[in-house]
Ligand binder design. Structure first.
Ligand SMILES: *Cc1c(COP(=O)(O)O)cnc(C)c1O
Length: 428
């Protein structure tokens, strides 16, 4: 029998865990329920604000006030090389070499810039593989990109579908699809963690299989960065991009990240869209007509970075650096296992099923729950009546993500209890 008592959650929270940095975050107040703060399980959609972010932003405003244009060089954190300081912590987060990573733009923009380089269609080989239930933006990005290059998105975009009656992809099926279309696939671009199901893809195996058929392989890490350990360099991934506002807590629309494998950095034949930030910073202000990029992911950046938006990324990366992905993942697995246990104990009564795979290799911090009622309406009631913030995907999926930096076992208990209250009329 599962111990579903509130006391157990409180006991689990009582043991020290250096990966819990709750005091470093601002937890929104609850509108409803018995507790003053929300049980915030929507960090996979928009992560919470670190306490240090405000001061970081103010410091950049102060520098602008004090130095004007001289802030590029004279500010305490000079703006000209600002993004270079983010390179190493970002690289540690995704398992990359520092010069393989750049913080720039937003996620979908970065996908397009990387596709400009890594999707090199020919008459025979012009397909892009994507998961059918991918985030809409990724589908629009590849479809429009394919059309932009003069191919038909309806035939050129190959969508990976789960088997009938199943919710998640099987690696063997992905590999088989790659085999079956080996000669027509130019690029594989999939979410490392699926936004809807929470499934973690077998990134090393799929990357290897993509390369074996002669395709380039990129990963959308929107739901993976800051959630699961990544080894992009070792996995030999060609390119990747992620946003910084989900698990990375850098604020709505935060500046995103991009990865280009070292193998490609010095390839002067690779097509690329460039701007003045692509060129070697040492010669940038010579304003030459032709660029002179360094062998670095910076060569993919176009514009001078939005400094006022970079501070929050720095604050966030500092926290991840202090905690480390291994400790964070260990806590994440404990929290998610506990939440799963609670949900399973009530699954039959409440008519719910957990869509996210149970195997630790195949999930991150998110559990996607299929509910027997309208998901949007239920999610609203979880918030209004219980102060539990979840995220819905219509018609019937509620996503619960106990982000390990700031969520507690008690938050998980509150979420399960609230779900039980709403679906069965009694607590867990
Ligand atoms: C969140 C998310 C996006 C959002 O794209 P933006 O360019 O950041 O607005 C795109 N793709 C995936 C897979 C996501 O999870």
């Amino acid at each position: 029998m599962t111990d579903t008592s509130e006391d157990r959650a409180i006991t689990l929270d009582a043991s020290e865990d250096p990966a819990l940095r709750r005091d470093d975050f601002l937890i929104p107040p609850a509108v409803g329920g018995a507790f003053p703060l929300t049980s915030y399980l929507a960090g996979n959609s928009l992560g919470l604000q670190p306490r240090a972010t405000r001061a970081e932003l103010m410091a950049d405003l102060d520098a602008w006030e004090q130095y004007g244009v001289h802030g590029h060089i004279d500010a305490d954190r000079p703006w000209f090389p600002y993004h270079e300081d983010l390179r190493e912590p970002a690289a540690r987060l995704v398992g990359a070499l520092p010069h393989e990573v750049v913080i720039m733009n937003s996620l979908t923009v970065n996908l397009h810039l990387l596709l400009a380089t890594f999707y090199r269609p020919t008459a025979i080989r012009h397909r892009i593989v994507i998961e059918d239930r991918c985030f809409s933006s990724d589908s629009y990005a590849v479809r429009s990109h394919v059309a932009f290059r003069g191919y038909d998105p309806d035939t050129a975009v190959l969508r990976l579908r789960p088997r009938d009656g199943e919710d998640v992809l099987r690696t063997e099926d992905v590999l088989r699809t790659l085999q079956e279309h080996a000669h027509s696939i130019a690029t594989v671009m999939i979410g490392g963690v699926n936004y809807l199901s929470g499934e973690v893809m077998d990134m090393p195996a799929i990357t290897e299989a993509g390369h074996a058929i002669g395709a380039t392989v990129g990963w959308d890490l929107a739901h993976a960065a800051g959630n699961i350990p990544l080894r992009l360099h070792d996995w030999d991934v060609d390119f990747a991009a992620w946003c910084s506002y989900k698990y990375l807590n850098s604020g709505p629309g935060a500046v995103a990240g991009a990865f280009v494998h070292e193998r490609h950095l010095a390839d002067s034949n690779a097509p690329r869209l460039e701007g003045w930030w692509s060129t070697d910073p040492m010669s940038r202000f010579r304003m030459e007509p032709e660029s002179d990029p360094q062998a670095s992911a910076d060569a993919w950046s176009l514009s001078n970075p939005p400094i006022l938006a970079m501070g929050p990324v720095r604050t966030s990366l500092d926290i991840f650096d202090e905690v480390g992905m291994d400790a964070l993942r260990a806590r994440s697995l404990r929290l998610t296992a506990y939440l799963r246990e609670l949900l399973e104990s009530m699954a039959q009564r409440a008519g719910i099923t957990i869509v996210t795979p149970a195997d630790d290799q195949r999930h991150g911090a998110q559990l996607s729950v299929r509910v027997p009622v309208d998901a949007e309406d239920l999610t609203q009631r979880l918030s209004d009546n219980w102060g539990v913030v979840a995220d819905d995907r219509r018609p019937d999926i509620v996503r619960l993500a106990p982000a390990p930096l700031y969520c507690t076992f008690h938050d998980c208990w509150r979420a399960a209890d609230a779900l039980s209250q709403e679906l069965t009329g009694e607590g867990i």
